[in-house]
Ligand binder design. Structure first.
Ligand SMILES: Nc1ncnc2c1ncn2[C@@H]1O[C@H](COP(=O)(O)OP(=O)(O)O)[C@@H](O)[C@H]1O
Ligand SMILES: [Mg+2]
Length: 258
């Protein structure tokens, strides 16, 4: 079964064409890395998959489900780690509370945690290596540790699809390594994974497919095919460097951050 299937998707926001003619398929259990400069529509594409943004035309299927018609079903299927989320740091939530939010939003309120829920929170925190911090205040953690907790929140309902939007931004090297280890575990458990990233190199061993996005799909395919020098130059400019290698070429795009 295809985990993701888009056909001819177009999105306009504020009269601006943000995504155009987007069509691709990702089979279940594969790992897709999406690259593209700022403003190229990467976050919009993730939000389309979740039914947060409704396309102006085209079809979207996530494990056969239409996120426009069934956004709640898609949110049960998918776990989402948003780009640099600001949680209100004044709220004295513990690490466990934050992870539990991933269950609360899937159910009716008011509710309380069952034993099964608590087991899931424990398992999710152990998967990202943050169980020892379960009673700490979320606000007191480093940016990288917070990101690992937010990843635990995204997987606590055991999604088949995991969407991570720039998960390494503002994360130190040690926490990056932990997140990479975690992604390897998820992949071995056959979870379908989509990561938006500016840096493909740490994901070289994991990624099955790469998409270069710049409003349209510039390229899509196995890393060795999709990371084409000419196409990378097209979106990142002539300073880009590509060093041939297996399983994935090394790509140096320079500073693409705003
Ligand atoms: N809610 C919105 N309303 C209007 N324009 C938006 C909105 N969200 C994003 N955009 C615009 O859509 C384009 C793509 O944004 P985004 O998907 O966030 O890009 P990326 O994640 O690749 O940086 C940008 O030009 C951005 O300004
Ligand atoms: Mg973005």
């Amino acid at each position: 079964m295809n985990a993701i299937e888009l056909d001819n998707v177009k999105v306009r926001l504020n009269d601006k064409e943000v995504l155009e003619d987007i069509g691709f398929k990702v089979e279940e259990s594969s790992f897709l890395s999406i690259m593209g400069p700022n403003g190229s529509g990467k976050t919009t594409l993730i939000k389309v998959l979740l039914g947060i943004i409704v396309p102006d035309s085209g079809t979207v299927r996530v494990f056969g489900v239409d996120p426009v018609k069934n956004p709640f079903e898609v949110r049960r299927i998918a776990g989402y780690v948003p780009q640099k989320e600001k949680i209100n740091l004044e709220v004295p939530l513990t690490v466990s509370d934050v992870v539990g939010m991933g269950l609360v939003s899937k159910k009716q309120v008011p509710r309380f945690f069952t034993g099964i829920d608590r087991g899931r929170i424990e398992e999710a925190l152990k998967l990202v290596g943050m169980w020892d911090y379960r009673n700490e205040k979320f606000a007191n953690l480093s940016g990288g540790q917070q990101q690992r907790v937010l990843i635990a929140r995204a997987i606590v309902h055991e999604p088949k699809l995991l969407l991570l939007d720039e998960p390494f931004n503002g994360v130190d090297v040690n926490n990056q390594r932990k997140i990479l280890e975690f992604l390897g575990k998820m992949k071995s458990e056959k979870v379908t994974i989509v990561v938006v990233t500016h840096d493909i190199n740490p994901l070289a061993e994991l990624t099955d497919y790469v998409m270069l996005l710049n409003r349209k799909i510039i390229s899509f395919g196995k890393p060795s095919e999709a990371l084409d020098y000419v196409r990378l130059c097209q979106i990142y400019g002539p300073s880009v460097q590509v060093i041939t290698g297996k399983p994935c070429p090394t790509v140096i795009t320079g500073d693409v951050h705003a």
